[in-house]
Design a binder for this molecule. Sequence first.
Ligand code: 1CP
Length: 347
Amino acid sequence: MVVNGDARHGAFLKACRREPVPHTPVWFMRQAGRSLPEYLKAREGVAMLEACARPDLIVEITMQPVRRYAVDAAIFFSDIMVPLKAIGVDLEIAPGVGPVIADPIRDAAGAARLRPLVPEDVPYVSEAVRGLVGELRGTPLIGFAGGPFTLASYLIEGGPSKNHDRTKAMMYGEPALWAELMGRLADITIAFLKVQVTAGASAVQVFDSWVGAVAPEDYRASVLPHTSRIFAEIEALGVPRIHFGVGTGELLGLMGEAGADVVGVDWRVPLDEAARRVGPGKALQGNLDPAILFAPWDVVERRAKDVLARGRAAEGHVFNLGHGVLPSTDPDVLARLADLVHEASAR
Ligand code: 1CP
């Protein structure tokens, strides 16, 4: 069965809202980016943060995977660090490394530098979202922002970190400073999501990618209040809210409590078990291991069908990978996977 664009349009938002769908919708985290030759071409000679501030490039790069794959949603091309750059944090995204902060935040004076984000700080985001809504002709656009723990980790460590040691030291040892920093980051995330939805984004995802490093009791005390506030303040905008992190098997129940409509699950917990941990009233998103795409097709097919079967235990299911597309992934395998998800799940 070929699922044409029109039939596809409703499925993503319906699945997020736990309504009946004609097929399981699918999109891929990091579907734009280094796995696509046309992305590398568009980015030639343009630094990452410069690309994120140019509406023409944002529109082009966001559209690239939508042209290639029968995905049910587009994700806005940007980065979780963009709003921080926009309020004046001195940072760059170093090729092959990730975000690098010139002057890491380690004290109250540092936290105080994180002023609120206003829409005028990111006019290129509003402009690009408006352009995309026209180009996408009905395919929903997902806006996104970083979760507060993940943003705090980059700011405190000064760059990517394996153990998040300084971050956790502040969380454990300086609770007032931690709460101040997390509160300011939550405000920035709320404002950045509002900009995207106001300009026309149909859903939002909060990427708290590294929050799986936190134990459940600490998540409840030191992260959940901030994440809950983000989802509560976004609720009035009326768009589905997705909440994702990596290695969050032990946090899935608390992530359910945080208030999003959809909980993103990495590949470590099967979706039927994840549905049990998250509890009722939520849709799930996930969770094929991105590394499976390097195995022979019959393995990809069997594993993708297993994800679909287990996803039926959830009240709504958006098919995705368990984390972002790896850079050396063959785009043709992703194209085939999107078609397989539609064909194998057609009701
Ligand atoms: O030059 C390049 O191409 C830089 C690579 C790159 C790209 C393509 C970075 C640097 N960011 C992005 C785009 C990006 N970032 C998207 C785009 C759209 C899509 O999904 O199609 C998204 C959603 C993000 C969000 C993001 N940035 C996250 C959350 C998602 C995740 O993967 O968990 C995180 C953790 C970042 C930080 C970041 N930015 C870039 C890198 C390499 C990293 C990770 C660094 C690290 O390992 O800590």
